[in-house]
Ligand binder design. Structure first.
Ligand SMILES: *Cc1c(COP(=O)(O)O)cnc(C)c1O
Length: 468
């Protein structure tokens, strides 16, 4: 399988190159040159197989000629062996044929573990094969950073440095980052906000001398190999509810459009999907796009679901590439408009083709709290604020007959409620408890660096502490 860029000027190149490059050289995002697919009988034959075998079967279609099915299955087995539910991604039935897909059984109790645990192994294998080391530098507002530090602990070929805004991540998120104390993984508190952290990362990438000297790499959600493992749980959850002999709908709480795009890929691969409900908090750029075909950036407002406090959904570029008939030049133009003027639009027929499959939905903080409370009162089950946005969207879709009555709706539960205890407590008067393995998290010893908002300080720290 070969990979090309959404902006048409990079590739075709190998899976391994796409993996290690992360972002394409023309500023675009990598995608395979074509979508592999399964027949209905091939999908039917997945019934009853373990999660990691299905993972091997699905993901190896994207690594053809480089990594074969057994290798991927082995990597997945290793990636998910520490997960605390043997089904890896189980379903929990709610009312009205709505089902929560619980994606919080990894070490940092949010869905990012499903991709990051696999990615770290793929990275390590590729670098070892090339006999080189790399430095991963990233910025986080919470979940990605903890997932990355957990995933890369103990990996030989990679040193990881994660910048987070001092005092602006939740206490649970901070502990999850700073209590990982293996060699090669570093949490760095920056005296600034999340945008400052991201700007520092960008500045380091733009410094070609530094980038080449340390072998700088990125693992943010634009990396194709982070989307790939997310395709798997769309298949396994749909299989559990009757696929491929019945279509499904999915409600996906969304920030960067990564998770929901993985679902769209599952559909291209042959999984029958009636609809994706793209659910957002008050940061409603995607909802507005699905209403009027205009992508317009506005200010980011903090909400109860911070991992969706985003106004630039970077993975949307992949869908745009498809909607525009894989015209890289047209995508490059749209993205240039967006960068310069904060806005781009698509023709009505393009919007209409998107609306065949996608609907937008947004919910403010009041609605989110009410949904957490309603779910607890009705099911005696606590959900986190991100999952609440998705579940409310699913119920709304059911009430509005947006999907056929006989179509199950799978709503993605993206984090454990104990990851966002304050919001959950405020809404439901219940204090969620951390799962067993994390019960002592808040008393673990912390280790972190603190730096000023200054690129030279970050570079100095990386140079002093990388192992290669
Ligand atoms: C990252 C994250 C999201 C948003 O996912 P995208 O793939 O960026 O759309 C939603 N909920 C939680 C808990 C997250 O950590």
């Amino acid at each position: 399988m070969e990979y090309i860029s959404t902006r048409g000027k990079d590739g075709p190149l190998s899976f391994e190159t796409a993996l290690l490059n992360g972002l394409a050289r023309d500023g675009g995002l990598y995608l395979p040159t074509s979508w592999p697919s399964f027949s209905a009988s091939e999908i039917r034959a997945m019934h009853g197989k373990p999660y990691v075998e299905i993972a091997g079967q699905i993901m190896s279609r994207f690594t053809d000629g480089e990594l074969h099915e057994e290798q991927i299955t082995e990597m997945a087995a290793d990636a998910y062996c520490s997960f605390t539910c043997k089904d890896i991604a189980p379903l929990k039935a709610m009312q009205q044929d709505i089902h929560l897909l619980e994606l919080f059984y990894g070490p940092t109790i949010a869905f990012k573990d499903y991709a990051m645990q696999f990615l770290s192994r793929a990275f390590d294998a590729a670098l070892s094969r090339q006999n080189r080391q790399a430095v991963i530098l990233g910025a986080t507002s919470g979940d990605t950073g903890s997932a990355a530090l957990e995933a890369f602990r103990g990996r030989e070929a990679v040193d990881v440095f994660i910048l987070f805004p001092e005092g602006r991540v939740s206490p649970v998120q901070q502990k999850q980052m700073t209590s990982v104390r293996d060699a090669g993984v570093h949490a760095i508190a920056v005296k600034g906000d999340f945008d400052d952290c991201q700007a520092l990362v960008k500045a380091c990438f733009n410094d070609a001398t530094f980038r080449d000297k340390v072998g700088l790499s990125a693992v943010n959600s634009i990396n194709w190999a982070r989307l790939m493992p997310q395709i798997v749980y769309y298949f396994t959850s749909a299989l559990a509810l009757g696929a491929p002999d019945k279509p499904m709908a999915f409600s996906v709480p969304t920030g960067n459009f990564g998770n929901v795009f993985a679902g769209w890929v599952a559909m291209q691969m042959g999984l029958p999907v009636e609809r994706f409900i793209v659910s957002s908090n008050r940061n409603d750029i995607l909802t507005r796009f699905f209403e009027g075909g205009v992508m317009e950036r506005r200010d980011v407002h903090p909400s109860l679901s911070p991992s969706m406090d985003i106004q630039v959904s970077s993975n949307f570029e992949r869908l745009l590439f498809e909607l525009l008939g894989r015209d890289g030049k047209a995508v490059a133009e749209a993205m240039q408009n967006f960068a310069e003027r904060g806005l781009f639009s698509v023709e009505d027929k393009v919007l209409q083709s998107a609306l065949q499959v996608f609907s937008g939905y947004c919910l403010d903080d009041l609605g989110t709290s009410a949904e957490i409370k309603r779910c607890f009162d009705m099911h005696n089950y606590l959900i986190d604020p991100h999952s609440a946005v998705g579940l409310a969207a699913a119920r709304n879709a059911r009430a509005a007959n947006l999907v056929d009555k006989s179509t199950p709706i799978i709503s993605l539960a993206c984090a454990h409620p104990a990851k966002f205890p304050d919001a959950v407590h405020q809404a439901s008067a219940q204090m969620p408890t951390l799962p067993d393995g994390l019960a002592d998290l808040m008393s673990r010893e912390e280790q972190m660096f603190t730096v000023p908002n200054d690129m030279a300080a970050v570079q100095k720290l990386v140079l002093e502490h990388r192992r290669s």
